[in-house]
Design a protein around this ligand. Structure first.
Ligand code: ATP
Ligand code: MG
Length: 261
């Protein structure tokens, strides 16, 4: 974790330097990168702050790979999960949703925080949005009260809402099925961030409703046996695992933080 923090700090410094440079060069104005200092959004959402950074390019490669895995059936709904906690699911979901929204066709993208136990999507986005999936699924709120945006107009979010007492039941309910079906009519892509599968069944339940499941694995920490167990659990839940994302690849970090301008 120390390495990524250091790398992101360095990336933030580089960005500020480039902002200075860009504001001095008029013809490069279209490349303007957002300043982190005046934003509540977490700097780890690199795709938001710096769509042309090399680290964002990695998320774009992930976008290409995700979309090309589903030649037979167009992928609309994607669940992001992992074996255990803190492997990078939420950061991956957010950056992936952002690069999907930044595609040239400007598709309508929805990111749902389906981690109804310790959802962090709103926190990463720096918003205090209390109405979310829990309220929608328990009939306490309308969709319009839960949907929110940051300044990417074709990307919408639904936060987790209040910590649910019975997340597995809510996620497995007919209401959830109807809600997801309705969202599929309104959005081109739906990314669902979920809790880890070895700890709780939620991502298996929701993964079975989705077109594909992306499994995040933290390199150097999560043991092979645990990943195998997670894979078995997803299989048993009839999820289609379309790929894996390795986070915390130390030897890539130095290259990630430089960008061509
Ligand atoms: N690609 C990456 N490489 C290295 N570290 C990463 C990467 N993506 C995320 N992280 C780091 O991993 C930690 C956990 O990230 P995140 O909150 O996304 O995990 P999570 O799997 O959603 O956790 P939880 O199980 O608590 O929901 C953070 O410190 C984040 O900076
Ligand atoms: Mg998370």
């Amino acid at each position: 974790m120390g390495k990524i923090t250091e790398a992101l700090r360095k990336a933030a410094e580089d960005r500020l330097e480039r902002i200075d440079k860009i504001t001095r060069i008029r013809e490069h104005k279209e490349l303007v990168i957002k300043k982190i200092g005046d934003s509540a959004i977490d700097p780890r959402l690199v795709a938001y702050f710096d769509p042309k950074a090399l680290i964002t390019e990695q998320y774009k490669i992930l976008r290409t790979n995700v979309l090309s895995t589903s030649a037979k059936r167009p992928l609309k709904t994607l669940v992001v999960t992992s074996s255990v906690h803190s492997e990078g699911k939420t950061v991956t979901s957010l950056n992936l949703a952002m690069v999907l929204a930044q595609s040239t066709q400007k598709p309508k993208v929805l990111l749902i925080d389906a981690d109804m136990r310790r959802g962090r999507v709103a926190k990463y986005l720096g918003v205090d949005h209390k109405t979310g999936l829990t309220e929608i699924l328990s009939g306490k709120a309308e969709l319009s009260e839960a949907l929110f945006h940051v300044d990417l107009e074709n990307l919408a979010f639904i936060a987790a809402g209040a910590v649910a007492e019975n997340p597995a039941e809510l996620l497995g309910s007919e209401t959830m099925k109807r809600f997801l079906a309705e969202m599929k009519t309104q959005f081109d892509y739906i990314v669902l961030d979920t809790p880890p599968i070895v700890s709780v069944t939620d991502s298996g339940i929701i993964g079975a409703l989705a077109d594909g499941v992306l499994m995040v694995i933290q390199a150097g920490r999560t043991q092979r046996g645990i990943v195998q167990r997670a894979t078995e659990l997803l299989d048993q839940s009839h999820c289609k695992v379309i790929g894996h994302v390795l986070t915390n690849i130390e030897y890539h970090l130095p290259e990630y933080i430089y960008r061509y301008l």
